[in-house]
Design a protein around this ligand. Sequence first.
Ligand code: RP5
Length: 161
Amino acid sequence: MADGKTPAPRVLVLTGSASDLPEIEKMVPLLERFGLSWRIEVASAHRQPATVHRLVAEAEAGGTEVFVAAAGMAAHLPGVVASLTAKPVIGVPLASGPLAGFDALLSIVQMPPGVPVATVAVGGAGARNAAVLAARILALKDPQVAAALDAYRRELAEGGR
Ligand code: RP5
């Protein structure tokens, strides 16, 4: 899926299956709110490893700044992405299969030394927080994103979600 705006978005989102899209797409309104260009690509670390390598290499070459990777079950995609780039990688565990996301959470959070994945909560709530975390990272050097984030935080303080 493409946002149609940029060949190399600031935030590239990879997810392991088209069946993940309803959950991971919950981050899109927040990415839009923070003014971040984004693209979602479906590529499985297990079933389409060459595609994962190509997508990360193209994004790296194009200037993508933050990667988000989501998957369910034995969710190796975020770790694989983190092995292919030195950019920040945010991992979103998804509930898929009989273990309801606990499998994906443990697969993503327990990375080997030196290859971190910033793991958020399971499912759509985690996906939304992934968008906020991406904005927080990019706000460090982007005043417009910082301003949008400040406005969002003011809304939270007033009871927004
Ligand atoms: C994971 O396996 C995917 O991320 C998805 O959450 C799960 C099931 O995938 P499908 O069988 O629906 O393609 O790799």
